[in-house]
Design a protein around this ligand. Structure first.
Ligand SMILES: [Zn+2]
Ligand SMILES: [Zn+2]
Length: 428
């Protein structure tokens, strides 16, 4: 029998369905390593392929198949990681549904995780065997003009794309037992007991932070908190409006709260989100579904006395970006786009409005964070009890139940598209 190292301590509590819908913020899947081989693994696996379990996406939209796979040793500049904990993020679902490129199958999904370094390839001096690390989908090579600049987190040596390969040589480290190649996902592929990640995508963290919390810093929570902290640089005393109170929107609220924002207006079509939002500092709530006689931006302009200092679009709808831009304050207001719209979606702004309003509109990938520098800061702020992470976790389950996690997240997508500028599809 495999021992569920974390599963025994943090047993899945399956709540009532209604409660699950209400509270579905973030689901952690705890991956147990091949515990019966643990001792021998640590001493003699370096340089050899490892056979372990993974949840493989065989076909678009179909349940993942838990099967044994072969994980090759790391090439130069790569790190092989034993995944301790991984969670499900909405991008996993988006690409799992996608039949055509950038949807690729068979593929190992998962990009939000924490693990321990099992072995390192040549030319890796940043981490060593046993280090606790957080992989991230955005590279931080530390070397290119963008990584060296304080102004950007968009590495140009390893630019972000939804590639099925490792970054440097465009090949895979995974094969199934028949020898067929399994594709990578977002350079992480954490739905496997072992994975290989380029060192540019790996951040070493303090091992004191519990893995089921550190995991959240790998994508979603970092993105939201970072957007308020790094991209917007929210000032103390300011007013913030957040469109969409899913996991990312709530993380924006948490970031704004930490930066000292005094008024945080949450906008959603689900009033239950306000209760959840209060935990993260949301002070006011606007139910956009019931704004029938006024535009959403009018409501927020009135509430904030001329517009919010910072507006965050966390849904991924061009119409909502327009609303956010329309209710950020003239002269200094910033609108930050975090939501992922359909490919090819366009924004169209009135050029006079842009000229006359002096507002800033910007996107934010991974919250503007430089992974290697900022993730350890966020981890410390959690340990110092300044950053809330516990509140984001609503479900914990073992690796075998990973398909239940997909079901929960799909059901938790409890908002719907009603068209127009007053409503939208709310994701996660
Ligand atoms: Zn993510
Ligand atoms: Zn770079």
């Amino acid at each position: 029998m495999r021992s569920l190292a974390f599963g025994t301590q943090l047993t899945l509590t399956y709540r009532q369905r209604e409660r699950e819908r209400e509270l579905c913020i973030q689901i952690l899947v705890l991956v147990s390593a091949m515990a019966e081989n643990e001792e021998s693994l640590s001493s003699n696996t370096a340089g050899k392929p490892i056979r372990c379990r993974a949840a493989v996406g065989r076909k678009a939209g179909e349940p993942l198949v838990i099967e044994e796979v072969i994980v090759a040793p790391p090439n130069p500049y790569e790190v092989r990681i034993r995944i301790i904990c991984t969670s499900l993020c909405h991008s996993d679902i988006t690409f799992w549904k996608l039949k055509d490129p950038p949807g690729y199958f068979p593929r190992i999904f998962g990009h939000e995780s924490v693990g321990a370094v099992e072995s390192i390839g040549e030319n890796v001096d940043e981490v060593m065997e046993g280090d606790i690390v957080i992989p991230s989908f955005l590279a931080d090579c530390g070397d290119c003009i963008d990584c060296k600049s304080k102004k950007s987190n968009l590495c140009s040596k390893f630019p972000f794309e939804v590639s099925p390969w490792m970054h440097r040589d465009k090949t895979s480290r995974f094969t199934d037992l028949k020898g067929e190649t399994l594709y990578h996902f977002l350079y992480v592929s954490s739905f496997s007991e072992y994975t290989v990640v380029d060192v540019a995508h790996v951040t070493k963290i303090d091992p004191a932070i519990p893995p089921n919390r550190a995991c959240l810093l790998s994508c979603g929570v970092s993105t939201g908190v970072g957007a308020a902290w790094r991209t917007a640089d929210v000032e103390a005393g300011s007013t913030v409006a957040i469109f969409g109170l899913g996991a990312i929107g709530l993380a924006v609220a948490e970031g704004a709260r930490m930066c000292g924002a005094t008024r945080i207006i949450g906008v959603d079509v689900n009033p239950d989100k306000f209760e959840t939002g209060k935990t993260f500092g949301v002070t006011d709530f606007v139910n956009s579904a019931t704004c029938t006689d006024k535009r959403l931006s009018e409501v927020i302009n009135e509430m904030s006395g001329g517009g919010a200092d910072y507006c965050f679009e966390c849904v991924g709808l061009a119409s909502l970006v327009h609303e956010a831009y329309a209710c950020c304050r003239k002269g200094w207001g910033k609108t930050i786009v975090l939501g992922v719209d359909k490919p090819g979606a366009h924004l169209s702004l009135n050029s006079f409005e842009v000229l006359h309003s002096g507002k800033i509109l910007t996107g934010s990938l991974f919250g503007g964070l430089k992974a290697k520098y900022d993730i350890p800061i966020l981890a410390k702020r959690y340990m110092d009890k300044e950053l809330q992470l516990d509140e984001f976790v609503t479900h914990e389950m073992s690796f075998e139940d990973i398909n239940k996690a997909f079901d929960l997240l799909l059901e938790g997508k409890c908002l719907r598209c009603m068209g127009g500028y007053k409503s939208w599809i709310g994701l996660d």
